[in-house]
Design a protein around this ligand. Structure first.
Ligand code: PPS
Ligand code: ADP
Length: 197
């Protein structure tokens, strides 16, 4: 634990930066099983936001695990630390005025709530990408479910590692039969209609 540290109050604040960017910063937090569509939807949503002159940043589980969280595996305690670090990074981006989109399995409610509590009211938007395990397993875009079923990967979410569905997400996406483009469009309009982006 660091001791003897102080907090510096800077003159340029989150409000200054947000005003300059003409937007309210947020974290749009996508959670769901592997293969549920988080990365695909996050990517499409970010393009729509940027097309509409929003300043964004996308934090994606696979990418973050190449660097910031490259020392972490998939045991429960590693996932907790992964989401703690990502939450702190998301908070920094919010402080910079960005609309942050995150695409992490983030299987535990307490960890998603940790990020919510780090932020100000209404800055955290939990989006449940509610694609059933059977559909994710059938899609298996990276062949990981096959490996998990063969025992080549341990602690795989939905197989031998827990996923806790969100208790009361701001957005619930349960449209696995429509195209990713249509679901992203739906998500974008839901966020606009709620005045969140
Ligand atoms: N055991 C196990 N369980 C789940 N996922 C696994 C595992 N091993 C590797 N992968 C790959 O890692 C991606 C998930 O990383 P996350 O950082 O989102 O996971 S977590 O939020 O810490 O649970 C996940 O990405 P997505 O498929 O995009 O969800 C996988 O590509
Ligand atoms: N409605 C949909 N929303 C999101 N992805 C979909 C949808 N329908 C089909 N897909 C496909 O499902 C797969 C989801 O993979 P991915 O986005 O990597 O999921 P995750 O990031 O949750 O692991 C992609 O191949 C995508 O094209």
């Amino acid at each position: 634990m660091a001791t003897d540290i102080v907090w510096h109050q800077h003159e340029v604040t989150k409000q200054t930066r947000s005003q300059q960017l003409g937007q309210q910063p947020r974290v749009i937090w996508l959670t769901g099983l592997s293969g549920s569509g988080k990365s695909t939807l996050a990517n499409l949503l970010e393009k729509k936001l940027v097309d509409n002159k929003r300043y964004t940043y996308l934090l994606d589980g696979d990418n973050v695990r190449h660097g910031l969280c490259g020392d972490l595996g998939f045991a429960d305690k590693d996932r907790v630390e992964n989401i703690r670090r990502v939450s702190e990074v998301a908070k920094l981006f919010v402080d910079a005025g960005s609309i942050v989109i995150t695409a992490f399995i983030s299987p535990f409610q307490t960890d998603r709530d940790y990020c919510r509590k780090l932020l100000d009211d209404n800055e955290f938007v939990e989006v449940f990408v509610d694609t059933p395990l059977e559909v994710c397993e059938q899609r298996d875009p990276k062949g990981l479910y096959k490996k998990a079923r063969n025992g080549e990967i341990k602690h795989f979410t939905g197989i031998d590692s827990t996923y806790e569905a969100p208790v009361s997400p701001e957005v619930h996406l349960d449209y696995q039969d429509e195209s990713a483009e249509d679901t992203a469009e739906r998500l974008y309009h839901l966020l606009v209609d709620k005045g969140l982006v």
